[in-house]
Unconditional design. Structure first.
Length: 232
């Protein structure tokens, strides 16, 4: 596991050289908030890192319900029974095993590693504009219908799950990158993902933290340039 820190944020990367999967711990005073639950084996190192920091994980927030973002959820909840689990209203259905789509989501279908037999039930269903500690909840549909990002209002860093990727080159979900095509292959609706990318432009993001790939500093300019090329 690789660990990188930026201000209040810790990026934990599993399989960094093969198939990098990121989850994040955000410091909130004497507590930690975990964003995404990575792979099924990841829980041991997530818990060990929190123990090293001598701070408890009190919240587990999921950006979306794909398997590489909820892999350790059950194991973590078993070991952290008092930690509250947060996910969007829409992706809570996916987490529960309901992979049907709504009429307004047609003709697109859900793709990617859809969960089965997850035992954990979310404690809180989040909505656009709500706040969890220092984190502003921002609906970013596209990769899944209920994908969310989380903006740390202390430093304008944004954790986006797979709404973007930096592995293989910066891309909005659904934009194909030959060296890492998997997020695009797992995207529900590319057009919605691009709308979501435009939505965050006014936020002047300082740091972009994605589900796959390195942290991106000065992200606002890079995202703006990426969307300009898409229009072109």
């Amino acid at each position: 596991m690789r660990i990188i820190q930026r201000n209040y944020l810790y990026q934990l990367t599993f399989l960094p050289m093969i198939f990098p999967v990121n989850c994040y711990l955000v410091e909130e005073g004497e507590e930690l908030t975990l964003i995404d639950a990575a792979l099924p084996f990841s829980y041991k190192k997530i818990l060990a890192f929190a123990e090293e920091r001598k701070k408890p994980i009190t919240k587990i927030i999921l950006t979306h319900a794909h398997g590489d973002h909820i892999g350790s959820l059950d194991a973590l909840k078993e070991r952290l029974p008092n930690a509250k689990v947060y996910i969007s209203v829409r992706d809570a259905r996916i987490l529960s095993g309901d992979h049907t789509i709504d009429k307004e989501e047609e003709p697109f279908v859900l793709k990617g590693g859809l969960p089965k037999n997850i035992q954990t039930k979310p404690d809180v269903l989040i909505k656009d504009g709500e706040q969890i500690g220092s984190l502003l909840c921002i609906a970013l549909p596209g990769h899944t219908p209920g994908s969310f990002g989380f903006l740390d209002k202390r430093d304008n860093s944004l954790i986006v799950g797979d709404a973007f990727q930096t592995r293989g080159g910066l891309a909005v979900s659904g934009q194909f990158r030959a060296f890492f095509p998997f997020p695009a292959m797992a995207t529900w609706n590319k057009a919605e993902a691009i709308k979501s990318a435009k939505k965050i432009l006014p936020l002047n993001i300082s740091l972009l933290a994605t589900g796959h790939g390195n942290l991106l500093e000065n992200a606002h300019l890079s995202i703006e340039s990426l969307l300009e090329r898409e229009r072109g």
